[in-house]
Design a protein around this ligand. Structure first.
Ligand SMILES: [Cu+2]
Length: 241
């Protein structure tokens, strides 16, 4: 009985430490994203400082900071409830790069490799001059042609103009998401495709979208004997959700 009891306490303590570390790490990440709520973060951090090593106290303080974490996570995943079907050729690497970019922003993508891509571009009314390597269609029927940055997709889907069917980035510009070549960047326009077959400029993209604004980091486990070990490797923003 005694043995079981102490094992439970030890494990409980260990789990609590994980929660605290993950919470702290997320907090730091949140800080870099949301400077406007610094005062709240400092308040939460000082809560941590006053926490004793008692596992209950640690758990309680990690619960307290949850409201601070929520807004930062939600703002980085404005595409979380969006699903698209991506039509591409099986050997398209830049398409894969773009899919990774949108998935890092929370969007769910399922991929199809039809024999004739142009049939799908015809079906979704993508104008000839906008056509490029891949076509993504949301469950609501909005069309995103080519290497459209996730932030413009989110912007568009938040309030789609009545006359629009979607956005396009024709010509696979170097530096667009999925088309990264070191730090090379070719300014390009994000076009809005309209129901009447016309296209107009939706936005000028003048800088890299930095799909990896995310810096990989490790969650470290702190042990009772003062040593530390790697508990998890966080290699994408997606993993934090
Ligand atoms: Cu491409």
């Amino acid at each position: 009985m005694r043995h079981e009891n102490s094992t439970y306490t030890y494990r409980h303590h260990k789990i609590s430490s994980h929660i605290l570390l993950v919470a702290l790490t997320s907090l730091l990440f949140a800080c870099s994203q949301q400077p406007s709520t610094d005062a709240q973060h400092i308040q939460s951090l000082s809560n941590h400082k006053s926490a004793t090593t008692d596992s209950q106290t640690l758990q309680a303080s990690s619960t307290e900071i949850e409201p601070v974490m929520t807004p930062a996570i939600e703002s980085s995943t404005s595409l979380k409830n969006v699903s698209v079907t991506v039509y591409k050729t099986p050997d398209c690497d830049c398409c894969e790069g773009w899919i990774e970019h949108i998935e890092n922003h929370g969007l769910k993508a399922s991929v199809q490799h039809p024999e004739d891509l142009s049939l799908f571009k015809d079906r979704y009314d993508v104008p000839q001059q906008m056509r490029t390597c891949h076509t993504a269609v949301t469950t609501d029927g909005y069309v995103f042609e080519g290497h459209v940055p996730a932030k413009y997709m989110a912007q568009f889907l938040a309030s789609p103009p009545a006359q629009a069917i979607g956005l396009a980035v024709p010509g696979m510009p170097v530096g667009s998401p999925g088309m990264e070549q070191k730090n090379k960047f070719m300014p390009y326009q994000v076009m809005q495709m309209n129901k009447d077959g016309t296209a107009e400029v939706h936005a000028d993209s003048t800088g890299m979208e930095q799909p990896s604004k995310f810096v990989p980091y490790q969650v470290i486990q702190m042990n009772k004997d003062g040593t530390t070990e790697v508990y998890a490797e966080i290699t994408s923003a997606q993993q934090q959700l």
